[in-house]
Structure formats: C-alpha cells, structure tokens
Design a protein around this ligand. Structure first.
Ligand code: B1M
Length: 211
C-alpha cells in the first residue's frame, strides 16, 4: 500500500476530514487513479470502521466522523470518477418515510453505502410515497432504501411499497428497510426484500440484493 493510500485510510478511521482532503489531493496530483483511491483507501477504511462498530470498538459518533472525513475526500474524487467512467455498484434511492423527520441514521446509511461504491439519490426526510414513485420513473434506480424511527411512521414503508406496486414499479427495484423500530419480521410482513439493523449491515444487504 502506498504511503498516501495508507494516510487516507488512517485519516478516515481517525475522522480527520482536513487530512483526508489534503492527502486525496496529493494522491490525485501524484497520479493515483480515482478508482485506486476510492477502493484501496476509502472503501477499505469505511469497511474497517463498520467492522469496528460491529465489534463495539466504534460507536455512532466515530462512524459519523469517519463517514464525514470520507465524504470530504469523495467531493474531490466525484468529478474524476465520472470522467473515468467508474461504474457505481448500483443506484440507491434513499429517504426517511412520510411524517418522519429523523435523518441521522438514514444519512449514516447513505454515507456508508456511498463509501462502498453505491451512487445515492437522497430524497431527505418526510418523503411522500409518490416522490419515491416519481423519482424511480425519472431515474435508473436499483434499490429503494427507506428509514423510519417512529412506530407511527414505519407503516408508511408499507404505504410506499404499495405505491410502488400500484405504479407497476415493484418488480423493477429491490426494497430495503431499517430504523430503530423496524425488524426483520416487520420487513417480511410489508413485503420488503431486506432489513438491516445498522449502517454496516445495510452495505452488506445492498450488495447481496444486487448479486
Ligand atoms: Co425523536 N424520537 N422524535 N427526534 N429521537 C426517537 C426516535 C424516540 C425513540 C425517543 C424516545 O422517546 N425515546 C421516539 C420514538 C418513539 C417511538 O416511536 N416508539 C422519538 C419521538 C417520540 C420523537 C417526536 C415525536 C418527539 C415529539 O415531538 N414529541 C418527534 C417526531 C418528529 C418527526 O419525526 N415527525 C421527534 C423529533 C426528534 C428530533 C427532530 C428532535 C431529533 C431528530 C433530528 C434528526 O434526525 N435530524 C430526534 C432524535 C435525535 C431522536 C433520538 C434521540 C436519536 C435518533 C438518532 O438519530 N439515533 C431517538 C432516541 C434514540 O434513538 N435513542 C428519538 C442515532 C442514529 C444513528 O440511529 O436512527 O437508529 P438510528 O439509525 C441506525 C439504525 O436504526 C439503522 O442504521 C443506523 C446506524 O446504525 N438504520 C437503517 C436507520 N435507517 C436505516 C435504513 C436502512 C438500514 C438501516 O436501510 C434502508
């Protein structure tokens, strides 16, 4: 591993966005490809952050600062990735469901997915089922990722899945759900394709849904 790749990797794990941006810039100027920087430094580091989270060595704040540090570097890489035609693993349409303003967990999931090579279309929070539908009609979407934090709003995951079915779109996309009150049992009941308990599991789930 080159020194710069190692420094970017460690910078992400330390949550040091300033250092990551500086080192990504140096790596680009040194002739490393955007793909090398993304795969060997960033995705590796976020995967390690996810493992540390699962082992109880990282908590949500560490995961968030790591993801933010990575996003700082991603801003520099994005134009190069588009130029180099690096194909995203898949396109994920994400949002917190109608009536629900909690977006911290959803943002974390989006950052981890982006760090793992997915392209994200983030609709934000309080997303109407029809907005999911119209976005899928306009854009090429592989996975719909819905988050809910309230027992009163998690039912809107089902409303959204029903809206996808009514619009004839259910067979075109995979649906994954998550959020504190959501469970595998609930996901199965509402007809989602998968449930993930945390951001790291969400990455694995998204990958397996597209296999
Ligand atoms: Co609210 N809130 N809140 N709140 N809030 C909870 C959720 C609550 C459990 C607090 C409590 O009473 N103990 C409770 C819900 C009770 C229930 O429904 N059973 C609650 C309530 C009641 C409310 C209000 C109704 C309060 C009021 O106004 N009376 C109100 C509702 C507003 C609305 O949404 N319409 C409200 C408002 C708010 C704030 C706006 C103040 C703020 C949200 C700020 C924001 O998100 N921008 C807020 C917060 C911060 C919380 C708590 C304290 C923290 C939530 C959080 O961000 N956790 C929360 C209590 C708690 O959880 N301890 C609470 C950190 C985050 C990283 O975790 O979101 O679980 P989480 O995401 C995890 C996983 O769930 C998973 O991965 C993430 C990373 O591991 N995950 C996915 C999430 N989405 C996923 C999607 C996936 C896969 C995995 O695939 C697609």
């Amino acid at each position: 591993m080159s020194n710069l790749i190692h420094e970017i990797h460690e910078g992400i794990l330390d949550g040091n966005q300033k250092l990551v941006v500086e080192k990504v810039e140096q790596a680009i100027n040194a002739g490393l490809t955007a793909e090398e920087i993304l795969n060997d430094a960033m995705i590796e580091a976020m995967a390690e952050a996810g493992n540390l989270f699962e082992q109880g060595e990282f908590f949500v704040p560490e995961l968030l600062v790591a993801a933010r540090a990575m996003q700082g570097g991603m801003e520099l890489l994005k134009p190069l990735l588009t130029r180099d035609n690096v194909k995203a693993k898949g396109i994920v349409l994400a949002g917190t469901v109608k009536g629900d303003l909690h977006d911290i967990g959803k943002n974390l999931v989006c950052m981890m997915l982006e760090g793992s090579g997915f392209e994200i279309i983030d609709l934000g929070s309080d997303v109407d089922p029809q907005t999911f539908v119209s976005t899928i009609q306009e854009k090429q979407v592989d996975i719909v990722a819905m988050s809910a934090l309230l027992t009163t709003t998690m039912v809107n995951m089902k409303t959204t899945i029903d809206a996808l079915s009514s619009a004839g779109l259910r067979g075109k996309v995979k649906v994954m759900v998550g959020g504190a009150p959501v469970s595998q049992d609930f996901a199965t009941k509402i007809g989602a394709d998968g449930y993930a308990a945390d951001a790291n599991q969400a990455v694995r789930l998204a990958q397996s849904l597209l296999e």
